[in-house]
Design a protein around this ligand. Structure first.
Ligand code: BG6
Length: 254
């Protein structure tokens, strides 16, 4: 029974891989829209993957969100990756504290026996404060770490869900709607073909930086996120996807 299931999932994983053109796909059983612990299973799978690739002294940039919170919840000491440094991928994006990258990053580091640095930036940022903040030596130092991260691990959200969760202004909501935004990741909103419709102004990782990182892992599941996952991967900036059966089946159906 187990073998049958394992081979069944490897076919599903291969189909998703072909559909999204990514290097590696992991699918866990279930649908996180319906059953809460499926997210924890994705977290566990993401940690398993991280354990297989991380080496000593590497830097890992993480985003916020409930999927990433599940990854942090499942973190264990990383014996093969000593002295790892965890950093938040980007500054304030309007999330609640428990969903913030800073919180998740510190939890991951503590459980992995690693180090962390945090980004404390006001949110939202005016153009003026943005310019002066990136000039601060302490911020500059961490920004350098972030932009050179060896591994990036992030969530993908449905555009409207994320804009509302972050209490975006009426103007931003309108822009997102008018641009037919479908997905969101790192504070960037993308349309169906993966073009950027809107970007939250904050410090940290910029989309271009993803091209220079060899390993960018997305963790996102649930049938309701299939469209968002599809949209985000149109421009192919991440090369690994950890998802669930709910999203995977919907992805290959489309
Ligand atoms: C945000 C991340 O905090 O969480 C985004 O910055 C991501 O990259 C979002 O889209 C996803 O949240 P969740 O709760 O659906 O995992």
């Amino acid at each position: 029974e187990f073998m049958k299931e394992a081979s069944g999932f490897s076919v599903l994983e291969q189909s998703v891989k072909d559909k999204l053109h990514v290097d590696h796909v992991i699918v866990v059983p279930g649908n996180s829209d319906e059953v809460d612990w499926v997210k924890q299973e994705m977290g566990k799978a993401a940690i398993g993957f991280l354990r297989s690739i991380l080496k000593n002294n590497q830097t890992i940039a993480v985003t916020g969100g409930t999927s990433m919170a599940a990854v942090a919840a499942m973190m264990t000491p990383l014996e093969n990756a000593k002295n790892c440094m965890f950093v938040p991928a980007r500054g304030g994006l309007g999330e609640r504290v428990e969903n913030q990258a800073n919180t998740i990053c510190a939890e991951m580091a503590n459980k992995a026996n690693g180090e962390y640095r945090l980004l404390h930036v006001p949110d939202p940022l005016s153009e003026e404060s943005y310019q002066s903040i990136i000039g601060e030596p302490s911020v500059k130092e961490i920004l350098q770490l972030i932009r050179q991260a060896d591994v990036v691990i992030h969530g993908i959200g449905d555009a409207m869900t994320m804009a509302e969760r972050r209490k975006a202004s009426e103007e931003v909501l309108q822009r997102i709607e008018a641009g037919n935004a479908v997905s969101e990741a790192f504070g960037y909103y993308f349309n169906k073909t993966g073009e950027v419709i809107h970007k939250v102004r904050t410090v940290g990782l910029q989309l271009e930086d993803l091209f220079s990182s060899q390993c960018v892992v997305a963790v996102a599941g649930g049938t309701s996120k299939a469209k968002a996952i599809m949209s985000y991967f149109q421009q192919g900036k991440s090369n690994v996807l950890v998802t669930d059966e709910g999203a995977a089946k919907e992805l290959i159906r489309e």
